[in-house]
Design a protein around this ligand. Structure first.
Ligand SMILES: Nc1ncnc2c1ncn2[C@@H]1O[C@H](COP(=O)(O)OP(=O)(O)OP(=O)(O)O)[C@@H](O)[C@H]1O
Ligand SMILES: [Mg+2]
Length: 323
């Protein structure tokens, strides 16, 4: 059996807030296999980004607290590394791209300067070789006129072009894992499809694992082999994407599937899950989905269902899996 590339083991993260402790991530365990595309899906505020930021060592140190758990990469617990060691892994073996590429780029440096910097710093290339390599990368992410792009500033490029540049930067150090946090949410539909295709092709070409964070199950269906469904800071279901979509075991996953937007009509939905995500500073001591769940019974108010199962996992007393 292949060893996982990354393993999350019972990770819990909270934030200090006026209304108390915000339990952003609780007891989250899952693995990313080498070369695998894994999707994390769930409504806004369910802990997807916090999970990714914990892996990258990018949680705000004053506000965030790791309450427990480990994140293992190459036999080491990333949560125990010194900031300098973590900075070394970042942009080297672990890379991340975000929803807003503009905010991740420096507005006063040219694209060329920003692409060359990690090549010089992490891979020890000379300035001249870094420049050549940057041109190759720009071509690889499907952008034309690489020479003139190198001299351009971020504001001169479209959102789609900037996201391609971010992907080029992320790929530049040949990471083993690329995290893409809502990489296409800010782009229009045709560009979205192109960027997703680019991510998929690059992940395959470089045998790179991809952790794709999205609230769009359509993106998951198209891209991810394996899916992790989060609700109110916890994993409620996980498994091979095709199986989960064909036969969801958790009522929340069923709700997400039923509330998928109608293709071609971005704003229309056939259904939306009733109610709202609970306040993460005031979570009940039982299944947090109970109040929105059509299937809930008294049993659901008696405790938090464990994430049960092997190949397929779900955290519901009525999933049919042995608890
Ligand atoms: N710096 C912070 N300080 C306080 N609370 C935070 C901070 N960062 C995140 N949180 C809280 O943690 C919870 C999970 O946030 P997270 O960003 O992981 O959600 P998400 O699933 O990525 O949502 P979205 O789809 O909107 O990006 C939220 O309730 C959020 O308010
Ligand atoms: Mg997020």
């Amino acid at each position: 059996m292949t060893a996982p590339l990354i393993h999350f083991d019972r990770l819990s993260v909270s934030f200090a807030a006026e209304q108390g402790r915000v339990r952003a991530v609780q007891d989250v365990s899952f693995s990313v296999m080498p070369g695998q595309t894994l999707g994390i899906v769930g409504e806004s505020g369910c802990g997807k980004s916090v999970t990714a930021m914990a892996l990258m060592g990018l949680l705000p140190p004053q506000a965030a607290r790791i309450d427990g758990g480990e994140i293992t990469f190459q036999d080491q617990n990333l949560l125990g590394l010194k900031p300098a060691q973590m900075a070394d892994l970042r942009g080297n073996q672990l890379a991340m791209i975000f929803q807003e590429p503009m905010t991740a780029l420096n507005p006063v440096l040219t694209i060329g300067e920003q692409l060359c910097e990690p090549l010089i710093r992490h891979r020890g290339l000379s300035a001249k070789n870094a420049w050549q390599q940057a041109i190759t990368l720009i071509n690889e992410v499907g952008l034309a006129r690489a020479e003139s792009l190198m001299a351009a500033y971020p504001h001169q490029l479209s959102g789609g072009m900037l996201q391609r540049i971010m992907i080029a930067m992320a790929l530049s150090c040949k990471p083993q894992l690329l995290i893409a946090d809502e990489p296409t949410t800010a782009l229009d539909v045709t560009v979205q499809a192109q960027i997703l295709r680019l991510l998929r092709d690059q992940a395959r070409a470089h045998r790179m694992a991809l952790m794709l964070i999205t609230h769009d199950l359509g993106v998951i269906a198209q891209m991810a082999e394996y899916v992790v469904v989060m609700y109110a800071g916890r994993i409620v279901e996980q498994g091979p994407t095709a199986d989960v979509l064909r036969q969801p075991l958790h009522p929340y996953t069923r709700g997400l599937i039923a509330s998928r937007p109608v293709p071609g009509e971005r704003r229309r939905r056939l259904y939306s899950i009733p109610g709202q995500v609970p306040d993460l500073a005031d979570l009940p001591p039982y299944c947090a989905f109970t109040d929105r769940c059509e299937r809930a019974t008294e049993r659901c108010r008696q405790g938090i269902p464990p994430l049960a199962g092997q190949r397929r996992k779900a955290a519901c007393f009525y999933s049919g899996l042995e608890l």
